[in-house]
Design a protein around this ligand. Structure first.
Ligand code: 6PG
Length: 633
């Protein structure tokens, strides 16, 4: 998307060009800044430039325009006095000309008012005599206010639309936020929302009306028009609900799309569906990127963590755009990386969400225990969390939970008015089934999914609490005495959640030969996403496949496991369900126990089913069977 504002010196090209660049969120270039030193010297002495002088200058400008076109576009203010000069700058079809035209006297008076400019007013006559009237573009008279000139220029470009760099389908919360983020970061955009009579009418248009500062967006609810507004190869980001809607949308898109076009699925699709779609589109020569996006509405608008996988060639087509809109890590690097082939982008987003479920549940368990066991006021719990949030335990989820504990409306604390039934959309449960499929122990994070399921049985819970006379027992010990241990327990419960999640990613990556880079995955999760935290920073630096032995983690496993065990014991005996913390404790003990109870299981299996077993002292790994009735092998 290129816009060139032309006209002799003094016509206000810079003023209009700057205003257009703001509205189109594109960089502005002043052609004067590209003159070689010799040209500037000549002009300062009042000598007009000739065609030969202008050659290197025009070539530099053409090159700048070409480069800019690749990254989204630019607005250039350039005298471009002659048709031959303009031809040199016509580097793309996707270019609009605005020619500023005015009376000599008006321009002259403006030039005299200008200070610190190397162009002498006397050169105006030379420029005017060189000027060749163009027969195309928009001739805009300068005898009107800058505001009116801007509005007329915008009107002209809207009625002669430029091709857009990218298209976004679906103007729901995430789609709209990502679209505005892209547009703000200089990616000219076509936005589309389907038309459903009475339900979804004029949705995309409404986004434009609510955001008048974005002249670099066009709105559609007609698919053909949307697709023809895009530059080729087309790059389309789908932000629509996961499931059959994605397949239906792909069915529609492939009717028009061509080889080399790119489709991105930025929703929370199940990774196996994404794998199937990668293959389907590959056969058609269409690039497909299944892409996780984390950060909720605010993240999508201001900088999410982005997890694209699938077709690497397709990723190269949008790397620059995704880098621009993503969050940045502490070194300023974009929180986006090419994750790996197939459905790996959606797979790691699924595991991200599973860790998210675990982290949320641990905070829910602790909050309940602190408030109704230790009898802390909500504000006191908020204070504890805010204090923790200043150190190693810092995380986005801890921060928002502290906020939630302080948030009141007319009815009092909002938290206490929220029905205690947790919803879910799928990703947490999919992680659990995937863990089962790949034989990966997953109990702590599985419990976070189960806890949401149990919470859903509210009516029965109320009945049962009466039937079984359940109530929370007040903890007599002082919170001050327990607080250091609670902090240690929380730290370790979080470590276990992360170990379990990274364990699943490692197992699936190995099984599928994805070669996932866990330093890099943790790095793109250090900012923008829901599970960003100090712990994630630590993992990104120190990641090791032997997670519990990682520096900083190992110390916590050693010193924090008794506090976790004690806290779980305390909570359970006082009537508090602590599914993730207790499952985490069990899981950890299971992982660090040399002599486990599994011998009993093997004996039982062999007893009733002759399933055989191996012996501890036999290095050959041979299988034995005992005739348990005769007590002989
Ligand atoms: C994120 C979130 C986001 C959303 C999920 C989980 O990373 O931005 O994970 O994707 O919260 O849809 O939602 P449920 O809790 O409803 O499963």
């Amino acid at each position: 998307m290129l816009i060139i504002v032309t006209g002799v010196s003094g016509t206000g090209k810079t003023t209009l060009g700057t205003a257009l660049s703001k509205r189109f969120h594109l960089p502005f270039f002043d052609a004067d800044d590209f003159h070689p030193a010799e040209n500037i010297a000549k002009m300062s002495q009042g000598q007009p430039l000739n065609d030969e002088d202008r050659q290197p200058w025009l070539l530099a400008l053409a090159q700048k325009l070409e480069e800019s076109e690749k990254t989204g576009g630019a607005v250039l203010a350039c005298s471009a006095l002659k048709e031959s000069y303009r031809q040199m700058l016509q580097v793309s079809e996707n270019l609009r000309w605005i020619h500023l035209i005015g009376e000599r006297d008006l321009i002259w008076s403006r030039m005299l008012a200008r200070k610190n400019h190397y162009m002498k007013a006397e050169m105006l006559d030379s420029q005017l005599s060189t000027w060749e009237d163009p027969s195309y573009g928009f001739q805009l008279s300068i005898d009107q206010s800058p505001e009116i000139m801007l509005s007329k220029a915008l009107g002209y470009i809207q009625s002669h639309p430029l091709k857009m760099k990218m298209g976004v389908i679906g103007m729901g919360v995430m789609g709209k936020s990502l679209a505005l983020n892209l547009a703000e970061n200089g990616v000219p955009l076509a936005i589309y929302n389907r038309y459903v009579a009475g339900k979804e009418e004029g949705i995309a248009q409404k986004v434009l009306e609510e955001n008048p500062d974005f002249a670099n967006m066009l709105a559609f609810e007609e698919m053909d028009a949307f697709l023809s507004s895009l530059e080729k190869p087309r790059k389309i980001l789908m932000m629509i609900p996961a499931g059959t809607a994605i397949d239906a949308q792909l069915d529609q898109l492939i009717l028009t799309l061509e080889k080399g076009d790119l489709i991105i699925d930025g929703g929370n699709s199940f990774y196996k569906d994404s794998e199937r779609r990668v293959h389907r589109l590959q056969e058609l020569g269409i690039h497909f990127l299944p892409m996780g996006v984390s950060g909720g509405e605010q993240g999508a608008r201001k900088g999410p963590s982005i997890m694209p996988g699938g077709n690497a060639e397709g990723y190269a087509m949008v790397t620059d755009f995704l880098s621009r809109i993503s969050a940045k890590d502490k070194n300023g690097q974009p929180c986006v990386t090419y994750v790996g082939p197939g459905g790996s982008g959606h797979f790691i987003k699924m595991v991200h969400n599973s860790i998210e479920y675990g982290e949320m549940q641990v905070l829910a368990e602790l909050t309940h225990l602190l408030r109704f066991g230790f009898g802390c006021a909500a504000a006191q719990v908020a204070e504890i969390y805010s204090d923790w949030n200043k150190g190693n335990l810092k995380s986005f989820l801890l921060e928002i939970t502290a906020d939630i504990l302080l948030f009141k409306d007319q009815g009092g604390l909002v938290l206490d008015q929220i029905l205690d039934q947790a919803g879910q959309k799928g990703t947490g449960g999919w992680s659990l089934t995937t863990a089962l499929e790949f034989g990966v122990p997953y109990s702590p994070l599985a419990e976070a999914v189960n806890a949401r399921g149990v919470s859903g049985k509210k009516t029965q819970r109320k009945e049962f609490s009466r039937t079984f006379q359940h109530e929370f027992r007040k903890i007599d010990d002082s919170i001050d005495a327990w607080l250091p241990k609670i902090k240690q327990a929380y730290a370790l419960a979080r470590i276990i959640n992360h170990e379990v999640g990274f364990g699943l990613m490692k197992a699936v990556s190995d099984a599928k030969s994805w070669s996932l880079n866990f330093h890099e995955i943790a790095r793109i999760w250090t900012n923008g996403c829901i599970i960003r935290s100090e712990l994630m920073e630590h993992i990104s630096e120190k990641y090791s496949d032997s997670f519990f032995e990682m520096k900083g983690i190992k110390e916590s496993v050693i010193s924090d496991r008794m506090p976790l065990a004690e806290l779980v014991g305390l909570g359970l005996t006082h009537g508090f369900a602590l599914p993730v913390m207790s499952a985490g404790m069990n899981y950890l003990l299971g992982r660090i126990t040399a002599e486990s109870s599994a011998s009993v299981i093997q004996a039982q299996r062999d007893y009733f089913g002759a399933h055989t077993y191996q012996r501890k002292e036999d290095p050959s790994g041979k299988f034995f069977h005992t005739n348990w009735n005769s007590k002989e092998i």
